[in-house]
Design a protein around this ligand. Structure first.
Ligand code: SAH
Length: 556
């Protein structure tokens, strides 16, 4: 819950806009300001105060306790120009909150936390528990001092400017180690403990068994991702309480699924009781991984510990047609999230300034599509966070298909849609896509011309608006005239045609002409060509395809 406090009429107006933008997420604290801030501080995860920073500093100072648990506090000035994360920039999420408030109110976020200010992810914002010399290592990263990364467990981390050697060390491990001086230890959630228990096994006993197993194996409870068991034990109080005390979710699996898992120590008792010869080992192993601690027993419970390999992450990101403000915020976030970026060199250039220091860039020239796809998938399989980029939408005549054809289910895949050329061009031309439309690529590099021609013919007969991608290149110049001739067999020569070159790029150009007048020689590979249907009209220089063929009768 985000608490909102304001004092003036202007503050209250901004407060109400925020509350309206985030329904259910905010609570307004009225009344005397000092009291309102104190109540909100006690009751909310975050605060936005439409008050002077000085006033809020004085009110909040006596309430501050620990940056890991204090709420994040953001101040917005009277004119709504600035959103200032006052305390809890990282732990309390105030930096991100200030950015979000900024987007809603049109205010500039004023982020002063060192790592954020230079675009480095703070070690405490990676979403992983971190121990040791966090401040020292963060400072070393900021100062550009050599920091070594030692990964004992592969995990898809965001980029960090690290190398193999350095006086400072970031260690990624689930083992129970005391951080050395100048060392920060990141704890990936790589461990799963499978638990079985007889009815009414005490929580203390289950907890003791789990903690003992981890300790004896030299494993850190901070890397525990979940407790796993069989469905029948989902409500077993001792197991539920143990998971709660360890601060991890309890995940359960059907007995039939567990019965299929091969385990070293099956036994007859659970088979009779719940229908699987193993609960602890099978529920820990059911999603794969390495059995580090085979079944252990106490009087009423069993447990086993498994290390799951870090799943790599492949983000397939569309960059939009070119202009920076047509790159979605989600695409931007994925670019900053990835430690490895794979793409065509000219697309990498489009977003290079957004990459975080330490991002490994694997760029290649035109053509090498299959190889780019293979590289991206191979990097993700190594447990890394990879972004594979493409212009427009990465799934439209682009990298998503070859990459996903390569990928197996051992990596996570995230798709981020982008504004494809047909849409970017449509917005420039007017409203050419107001009714049914298709895209057809005229490149016969991967597709036989007969197939392309059959599709153009079908679109012509069905009176569908057509956008041609890859319309014409130096070596491919007869396809576009041929395709236009097919459409002209079913549409008047006066049918509007929109030609857009380099949509949303610096040298954008566009024109609306007609099927009869279009000179194909003016079209190249940086261009899309949109041909209207029989109802499309040019109105005031814009291309307009009616919503229906009887649109005058429609009321909207
Ligand atoms: N994935 C891209 C399309 C790749 S195919 C997308 O979704 O937009 C390459 C073709 O797309 C080019 O030959 C051209 O026809 C078209 N194209 C891509 N970007 C364009 C732009 N900014 N302006 C005009 N056409 C563009």
């Amino acid at each position: 819950m985000i608490g909102l406090v304001s004092a003036t009429v202007a503050g209250a107006a901004a407060r109400d806009r925020l509350a309206a933008a985030w329904p259910g997420r905010t609570r307004v604290y009225d009344g005397p300001v000092a009291d309102a801030v104190r109540r909100a501080f006690a009751e909310c995860e975050q605060l936005v105060c439409f008050l002077a920073t000085g006033a809020v500093v004085r009110l909040v100072a006596p309430l501050l306790d620990d940056k890991r648990t204090d709420p994040g506090v953001v101040c917005v000035d009277e004119a709504g120009r600035w959103a200032v994360p006052l305390v809890g920039g990282h732990g309390g999420g105030a930096n991100d909150l200030a950015r979000a408030v900024g987007e809603v109110l049109g205010a500039e976020p004023v982020v002063t936390t060192a790592t954020d200010a230079v675009g480095l992810p703070g070690l405490d914002t990676l979403g992983l528990p971190v121990e040791g010399d966090v401040a020292g290592v963060s400072r070393a990263l900021l100062d550009g001092e050599p920091v070594a990364l030692r990964t004992e467990v592969a995990w898809p981390l965001p980029p960090l400017p690290v190398g193999d050697e350095g006086a400072y060390v970031i260690r990624v491990t689930d083992r129970l180690v005391e951080p050395a001086a100048r060392e920060a230890v990141l704890r990936p959630p790589s461990l799963v403990v499978g638990v079985g228990a007889s009815r009414n096994a005490p929580a203390e006993e289950v907890l003791g068994l789990v903690e003992g197993a981890l300790r004896d194996a030299g494993l850190s409870p901070a890397s525990l991702a979940e407790i796993a068991t069989v469905d029948a034990k989902a409500g077993e109080p001792g197991i539920v309480a143990a998971a709660e005390r360890l601060g991890v979710p309890l995940v359960t699996y059907p007995a039939e699924e567990l019965a299929r898992v091969e385990v070293p120590n099956p036994s007859a008792a659970p088979l009779a009781a719940v229908g699987t010869p193993s609960v602890a080992e099978a529920s820990a192993l059911v999603r794969g991984g390495e059995l580090l601690v085979p079944k252990r027993k106490s009087a009423m419970a069993t447990c086993a510990v498994v290390r799951r390999p870090g799943r790599g992450r492949l983000a397939v990101v569309g960059l939009g047609p070119g202009a920076r403000d047509l790159l979605t915020p989600r695409a931007k976030a994925e670019l900053r999230r990835a430690s490895v970026l794979v793409g065509l060199d000219q697309y990498v250039d489009q977003i290079r300034d957004l990459l975080r220091p330490g991002t490994r860039v694997l760029e290649s020239g035109l053509g090498a599509e299959e190889e780019r796809a293979r590289t991206a998938v191979a990097e993700a399989r190594r447990g890394r966070a990879v972004a594979l980029i493409g212009s427009g939408d990465a799934g439209v005549y682009a990298m998503a298909s070859p990459a996903l054809a390569e990928a197996s289910d051992d990596i996570d895949v995230v798709g981020v849609p982008g504004v494809t050329a047909a849409l970017a061009a449509g917005a420039i031309l007017g409203a050419p896509l107001g009714h049914d439309h298709v895209s057809i690529s005229l490149s016969d590099l991967h597709t036989p011309w007969e197939v392309i021609e059959r599709r153009v013919r079908a679109a012509a007969e069905a009176d569908i608006v057509v956008t041609f991608y890859n319309p014409r290149s130096r070596g491919r110049d007869w396809q576009l005239p041929k395709a236009l001739a097919i459409l002209a067999g079913h549409r008047e020569p006066t049918t509007p045609v929109g030609v857009v070159r380099n949509a949303s790029r610096a040298d954008e150009s566009s024109r609306v002409t007609t099927l009869g007048d279009l000179d194909p020689a003016t079209v190249d590979m940086m261009t899309v060509v949109t041909v209207g249907n029989t109802a499309t009209r040019e109105i005031a220089g814009r291309m307009v395809t009616p919503r229906g063929y009887r649109w005058q009768e429609e009321t909207e």
